[in-house]
Design a protein around this ligand. Structure first.
Ligand code: DX5
Ligand code: ZN
Length: 219
């Protein structure tokens, strides 16, 4: 049985009751909290800022993953690293990824690189072994509730083959349009970690929603 990890993206949570919303997914047994930070430049949306990751870290025992959808990640890494267990940066925003990875590691967090749907895998070929994970965006970043982009299954499968062939420990994460229908497909293709916002938070019963997602991803 393949046991995937599940991260709850609070982008679809009720921001007026963040503590309650985080406790709900914690109780439902998710493995970590995914915090989407946007700057209105790299993506056409604004979301949470640095203060939110600090707040979340203080109210939960779960690991946190800050997904930086910003034009200059190096600017923010030093000020948020103390309150993030994992930091995800986009390769499209990064001129010197080895430098960015070092910055994250020096601050004691785990580096994850994210790829937009149309960004080829060979852009990260040489940094792969230095990373804790690769986040394959399965929608264009910026919003929750979008439809899963199907050709990403091919991308996950290719990346998995490279990782296995090279014997790396790098995990594959997926983010965007993940629900009980797409989860089994991405897991079959090689995903190790699922991130979901609307499939968790847009449901009446969150505990049930996490259970359904987890069950759907079992093989
Ligand atoms: C999109 C964010 C995702 C988003 C996923 O830019 O990176 O984390 O919250 O939302 P769903 O699961 O609804 O597609
Ligand atoms: Zn995200």
């Amino acid at each position: 049985v393949i046991m995937v990890k599940i991260g709850a993206s609070i982008l679809s949570a009720n921001y007026g009751h963040l503590e309650k919303e985080v406790k709900k997914v914690e109780k439902a047994g998710v493995d970590f909290i995914h915090i989407d930070m946007m700057d209105g430049h790299f993506v056409p949306n604004l979301s949470m800022g640095i203060g939110i990751s600090k707040y979340i870290k203080n109210i939960t025992g779960l690991p946190t993953d800050v997904h930086l959808m910003v034009e200059n990640p190096d600017l923010f890494i030093p000020i948020l690293a103390d309150d993030a267990d994992m930091i995800t940066f986009h390769i499209e925003t990064c001129k010197f990824p080895f430098r960015t990875i070092k910055l994250i590691k020096d601050k004691g967090a785990e580096p994850i690189v994210a790829l937009n749907p149309s960004t080829p895998i060979d852009t990260i070929e040489y940094i792969l072994e230095d990373l804790c994970g690769v986040l394959i965006m399965t929608v264009e970043p910026g919003f929750s509730g979008q439809k899963f982009i199907n050709p990403m299954l091919k991308k996950i499968d290719r990346l998995k083959n490279i990782i296995l062939k090279e014997g790396y420990n790098t995990k594959i994460l997926v983010d965007g349009g993940i629900n009980s229908e797409t989860a089994p497909k991405v897991v079959e293709a090689g995903a190790d970690v699922l991130i979901a916002a609307s499939a968790i938070y847009n449901k009446e019963n969150i505990e049930e929603a996490v259970k359904i997602l987890r069950e759907s991803a079992k093989f």
